[in-house]
Design a protein around this ligand. Structure first.
Ligand SMILES: NC(=O)c1ccc[n+]([C@@H]2O[C@H](COP(=O)([O-])OP(=O)(O)OC[C@H]3O[C@@H](n4cnc5c(N)ncnc54)[C@H](OP(=O)(O)O)[C@@H]3O)[C@@H](O)[C@H]2O)c1
Length: 325
């Protein structure tokens, strides 16, 4: 018998999540049967979507939703031998018994010098979100100008890198000068700190005087309403997230369409990765239809806090009592 540790949602979040909203409990797992495997967590992810999804998908007392990279430590399923690594959506728990139906194997030839945590970041769901937002929603083309906000995040940093590979001019916004320097290192053409900018409107205009063809939207709220008038004719907006609103206790309201957005015929499409999984048959290397691979050797950051690695979440930390995040 294995005793698993699981982080549960003690109470629904009100405003910004607090440590007291979580509760660590132990659960005794059944012995795996024929066809089943026993998983041990290696990396857990902490993603922004958990904040809004917890409200609709979870009851108080449930184990926190989330993906993890796990190692198979006992196996009665030949598809997942002992020692292999998988991505599982079993939430914030240290161990889990399952039949393998929901598991995605991490590529057996995963390069030694790339952390496995990237299967939850640049080479996983956030990377694919970036890719599909650019290719399927924006249908971005060489020579176009793209704006991405939360640009140093797991999604935004990949968005900018793919757009550069595709020959675009990339403008990014981030909330610290360290992130701004990081984005310049990644090859972004123009980057500014939106928190210290005197005027967001002016900074956006200076970065792209002729406006933006594509806008990869991660932030929502007031930020969007400043960007919209600077979109060019036939501009495309991939709405990936609205992180600035996730902790609001009073929902924001605002104007989505204006005469200008009609005249300039902007396309706005919201998207999630689920819609496009059909294209991800080769696991966690990000391939696209036009044949390039997103390499991540110099385009990611891994933060370590209290002995636990928090993958590319760009400063988001959950503290625990025993080192398990
Ligand atoms: N549609 C999908 O399938 C999908 C998949 C993954 C992610 N997403 C969405 O994509 C967005 C980015 O996710 P991620 O995984 O890249 O996040 P991340 O790595 O955790 O980065 C989040 C960053 O967002 C910025 N941010 C936080 N609060 C903000 C606020 N109030 N106003 C402006 N910026 C704020 C911060 O950067 P600064 O310091 O630069 O402000 C923060 O570090 C989120 O909205 C998320 O929900 C959607």
């Amino acid at each position: 018998m294995v005793v698993s540790k699981a982080w549960t949602l003690r109470q629904h979040f009100q405003g910004f999540p607090k440590a007291s909203d979580f509760h660590l409990r132990e659960e005794t797992l059944p012995q795996p049967k024929n066809g089943q495997v026993l998983l041990e967590a290696v990396f857990l992810s902490v993603d922004p979507y958990m904040r809004p999804y917890s409200q609709t998908m979870m009851k108080e007392g449930d184990v926190m939703i989330g993906s993890q990279v796990a190692k198979v430590i006992q196996s009665y399923n030949p598809s997942f031998p002992v020692g292999c690594h998988v991505v599982s959506d079993c939430g914030w728990r240290s161990h889990w018994v399952c039949d393998g139906a929901e598991l995605t194997p991490v590529l057996p030839d995963w390069p030694q010098d790339i952390p496995l945590s990237l299967a939850l970041g640049a080479i996983g769901m956030p990377g694919l979100t970036a890719l599909y937002g650019l290719e399927e929603v924006c249908e971005i083309k060489k020579g176009e100008t793209l704006l991405v906000n939360a640009a140093a995040g797991a999604v935004g940093s990949v968005v900018g890198q793919i757009a550069k590979i595709k020959g675009c001019r990339v403008v990014g916004c981030a909330g610290t000068d360290t992130k701004v320097s990081y984005l310049k290192e990644l090859g972004f053409d123009q980057v500014f700190n939106y928190k210290t900018a005197t005027s967001l409107e002016e900074s956006l205009r200076e970065a792209a005087p002729h406006g933006y063809d594509c806008y990869f939207e991660n932030v929502g709220g007031k930020f969007s309403s400043v960007v919209m008038p600077q979109m060019r004719e036939y501009g495309r907006i991939a709405v990936c997230g609205s992180i600035s609103m996730y902790n609001d206790t009073t929902p924001q309201t605002g104007i989505l369409s204006t005469p200008q957005t009609v005249i300039l015929q902007h396309t706005v499409q919201h998207h999630t990765t689920d819609r496009y999984t059909v294209h991800t048959t080769d696991g966690y290397t990000v391939h696209t239809t036009d044949g390039y691979t997103v390499h991540t050797t110099d385009g990611y950051t891994v933060h370590t806090t209290d002995g636990y690695t928090v993958h590319t979440t760009d400063g988001y930390t959950v503290h625990t009592t025993d080192g398990y995040t």
